[in-house]
Design a protein around this ligand. Structure first.
Ligand SMILES: *Cc1c(COP(=O)(O)O)cnc(C)c1O
Length: 392
């Protein structure tokens, strides 16, 4: 059966060109970049060149780019690093209710260790405002962390405006840009961010590889203690193939970017319009315009999202549910609850996230299969039966 992959927010396939760039650094170029002898120089250069290329794309300086084991470590480092460094100045952190667990669980951990965290509410679209952030600032605030774009509903936050507020109050500002990086052009100066997290595997790069951008002058403690790598701020022998792969993936992301971005956006809108037209009692979650080019998240009344995913999978279509919780529990997603969906609707949501290789034929296949699957599920639902009978 033909397989259709619509879950690019979970991970993306690595590109052949990325693999090709990485390959020599697994085998013949095995040197440790920290070594002085000649055979290691090629590795040192590969790391330096990759850092320079990434910095240029983000509008940063090479010495502001730090390699990590992924988006999760970058988020942990930004938050715990600032907390440890600034703990004497204050203990208050501002974030939102819709962050990725890498941020939320780190903040919850800090709360158990004497820090105070404000989790800002979002509106029905998943947005916070710069005014909300400003109103939450106290004398003790040491960090603001707001995600660039939400991984479940695709909503894009007003990062530039929040950055201006943070700058005005001289508070370090972190953004988790893991989902945004493949879909939006990012310049760290335009955004007024001091710390920014990225991940390789969400942009057709390697898994287990990420970046924390740290603006010059932003002081934070290391998270990983060890050798003098990354200028003493993140120990551990460099993942040279991973670093080379991440730089290559980022470079390819921005090659022909506008064209690819427009196509994906068009496919997204085609699917949103098509689904809302073909399936009754469905609603789009997140903001219609302020949303990632590749994300659609739709709730279907009288439908259980997990079952819908299984039925789609039987048709060869891989998507994700807005309600899946990493712990495997049946708790509704914190994002769905934060935008005000009641539990039963939060459970009836699916997330479709597109990638460069998806085609209009695949989009049509979804539009062909989905309405019938939803109808089949509703036909088995006593709640739906009551609802229809009451309407008559
Ligand atoms: C995937 C993701 C992460 C985690 O990145 P990893 O590289 O998988 O650790 C963090 N934040 C967001 C928004 C994500 O989507």
């Amino acid at each position: 059966m033909e397989r259709i992959y619509f879950d690019h927010a979970a991970t993306t396939p690595m590109k052949e060109e990325v693999l090709d760039a990485m390959m020599p650094y697994f085998t013949e170029n095995y040197g440790n970049p920290s070594s002085v002898y000649n055979i290691a120089q090629v590795n040192r250069k590969a790391v330096d060149d990759s850092r320079a290329s990434i910095a240029e794309i983000l509008g940063a300086r090479p010495n502001e780019i730090f390699f990590t084991s992924g988006g999760t470590e970058a988020d942990n480092w930004a938050i715990r690093g600032i907390a440890a460094r600034k703990g004497r100045k204050g203990n208050h952190i501002i974030t939102t209710k819709v962050e990725h667990h890498a941020v939320l669980h780190t903040c919850e951990y800090l709360e158990r260790h004497g820090y105070e965290v404000t989790y800002l509410d979002v509106d029905e679209y998943g947005l916070v405002t710069a005014e909300q952030v400003e109103a939450a600032i106290k004398d003790t605030t040491i960090l603001i962390s707001v995600m660039y774009a939400n991984n479940e509903i695709g909503t894009i936050m007003p990062i530039k405006e929040i950055g201006e507020v943070a700058k005005k109050h001289d508070i370090p500002f972190h953004t988790d840009a893991v989902q945004a990086i493949g879909q939006e052009r990012i310049n760290v100066d335009e955004l007024n961010v001091d710390l920014l997290s990225l991940s390789g595997h969400k942009i057709n790069g390697p898994k287990g590889m990420g970046i924390l951008y740290i603006r010059r002058g932003t002081r934070l403690c290391p998270l990983i203690h060890g050798g003098a790598q990354e200028r003493g701020r993140r120990g551990g022998t460099e993942n040279v193939p991973g670093i080379v792969g991440l730089a290559k993936a980022l470079e390819l992301t921005y090659a022909d970017f506008d064209n690819k971005n427009r196509k994906i956006r068009e496919m997204r809108d085609y699917l949103i319009d098509g689904i809302l037209k073909e399936v009754p009692y469905a609603r789009l979650n997140g903001h219609r315009e302020k949303r990632l080019a590749n994300n659609l998240n739709i709730s279907f009344e009288f439908v259980e999202g997990e079952s819908l995913l299984l039925l789609l999978d039987m048709e060869g279509i891989a998507a994700s549910s807005g309600s899946a919780c990493t712990s495997g529990s049946l708790d509704a997603s914190h994002v769905m609850l934060a935008i005000g969906l009641p539990h039963e609707k939060a459970h009836g949501s699916i997330r479709i996230t597109l990638g460069e290789t998806n085609t209009m034929e695949e989009a049509d296949k979804l539009l062909e299969k989905l309405p019938a699957i939803v109808q089949r599920m509703r036909d088995m639902s006593p709640l739906y039966e009551d609802f229809i009978n009451n309407k008559k």
